[in-house]
Design a protein around this ligand. Structure first.
Ligand code: FAD
Length: 383
């Protein structure tokens, strides 16, 4: 069997997108995932495509998030066509509500600042409490106003991941689950493949997309500086309720407290905790209790909703909330795409495009400069 041009390590939404974009450029790709597709953060994600709330102020996250959001309709149509899997993209709109007068004041100021920045071209509206309840009749009377952004929405993160992988496979990529990667094959300063239980797997290049486990993979490289990739696990728990149907179900977000994401099948995802507990991926009583209390504080009738399940995942957190993409210094043929934190689903397609460019020897696209791995490089120690 001919060695692939590229081995992608990790079958989350990032690795699957990278595999798809590389295969679409005509490269021979093998994706190796130790577990199943979307087994980690990408299986737990709520799938919101909501850059306006995620980015507190104009900057790289907002700019890239809006760019990504605008591409989702075309992306999902292409993935449906190539893979036969529907990622369940819904333009539901998103409402960010304020639960106190102070919060309403700062949220309104944020809306005005975003609208004033004409280059961003965001579409949003400030709603007073009555207007917010007219749009979301079940909304709590505690809501003191809201930002409404009609173009945000959501996808199913596990289905999007599978759609990328299946589309890559249709283009000739080999998708291998249950295949842990245990090391890198190095020749001098060149990375020439990976090691698995079954032996060496040579490849022209290796892309590490192992989410929160990516810094651990860099430990396979003799002398690698772990501080160049300060990615840490950030646990997120969600609960899924079965909610009575609302007339026009949109995403509802309340500051950092909680969000509600209504899915097409009647499920309502209530998210999410943000916890620094290392690689502990358990669902906890305290996590579930906090989310179950938060949901009816936004929409009171959720007090009577049925409980479906709870889950947890480890976000690959990064210090500035942005992913790190690039060629690993001093290791020819090794690339990294990790640290997507709260926005890996939203930024997955852009990441795939940017990484496909890098692997084909192009420079990182101008709009992706803020994601360059080098931003974490401090001064080198002498010697
Ligand atoms: C509760 C929660 C809610 C979220 N909500 C949203 C949201 O609404 N919108 C959004 O955009 N983002 C959201 N996120 C963030 C998003 O889920 C992540 O940014 C994204 O899933 C990261 O994808 P990834 O592929 O880098 O990592 P992961 O999905 O964690 O995938 C990494 C994969 O690498 C594999 N792996 C690790 N080591 C090896 C090895 N040695 N060999 C082979 N395979 C290996 C793992 O098994 C895993 O499958 C949420 C996250 C959580 C936890």
């Amino acid at each position: 069997m001919r060695a692939p041009d590229v081995i992608v390590v990790g079958g989350g939404v990032v690795g699957a997108s990278v595999a798809f974009h590389l295969a679409r450029e005509g490269l021979a790709v093998a994706l190796l995932e130790r577990d199943g597709l979307a087994a980690a953060a990408s299986g737990a994600a709520a799938g919101m495509l909501a850059p306006i709330g995620e980015a507190r102020a104009p900057g790289a996250l907002l700019g890239l998030g809006l760019l990504a959001l605008r591409g989702f309709e075309t992306l999902c149509a292409e993935l449906r066509e190539r893979s036969g899997i529907d990622p369940q993209y819904v333009v539901s709109g998103a409402m960010r509500i304020a639960l106190s007068d102070d919060e309403a004041e700062s949220l309104r100021a944020r809306a005005l600042a975003l609208l004033a920045d004409r280059e961003l071209g965001v579409e949003l509206e400030w709603l007073d409490p009555a207007a917010a309840r007219a749009l979301e009749p079940g909304l709590s009377f505690a809501a003191r106003g809201a930002i409404w952004s009609p173009l945000e929405g959501h996808v199913s993160s596990p289905l999007l991941t599978r759609a990328y992988a299946e589309a890559a496979s249709a283009l000739g990529a080999s998708i291998e689950t249950g295949t842990p990667v245990e090391g890198l094959v190095c020749e001098g300063n060149a990375v020439e493949g990976v090691r698995t239980r079954a032996g060496r797997r040579p490849a022209g290049a290796v892309v590490l997309c192992a989410g929160a486990w990516t810094p651990g993979c860099l430990g396979w490289l003799p002398g690698a500086r772990a501080d160049l990739l300060p990615v840490v696990p950030v646990r997120g728990q969600t609960v899924t309720l079965e909610a009575p149907p609302r007339p026009r179900p949109g995403v509802i977000v309340s500051g950092n407290r909680a969000y509600l994401v209504p899915k097409r099948d009647g499920a309502l995802i209530v998210g999410a905790t943000e916890e620094h507990v290392g690689f502990d991926c358990r669902v906890t009583a305290a996590g579930v209790r906090g989310l179950l209390d938060a949901a009816p504080s936004l929409v009171p009738e959720l007090q009577g909703a049925s409980f479906r399940c709870a889950s947890a995942g480890l976000r690959p957190g990064s210090p500035d909330g942005l992913p790190a993409l690039g060629a690993w210094p001093d290791a020819r043929g090794l690339f990294v795409a990790a640290g997507h934190h709260r926005n890996g689903v939203l930024l997955s397609a852009l990441t795939g495009c940017f990484v496909a460019d890098l692997v084909r020897g192009k420079a990182l696209a101008d709009e992706a400069r803020a994601l360059a791995l080098e931003r974490f490089a401090g001064p080198r120690s002498p010697g």
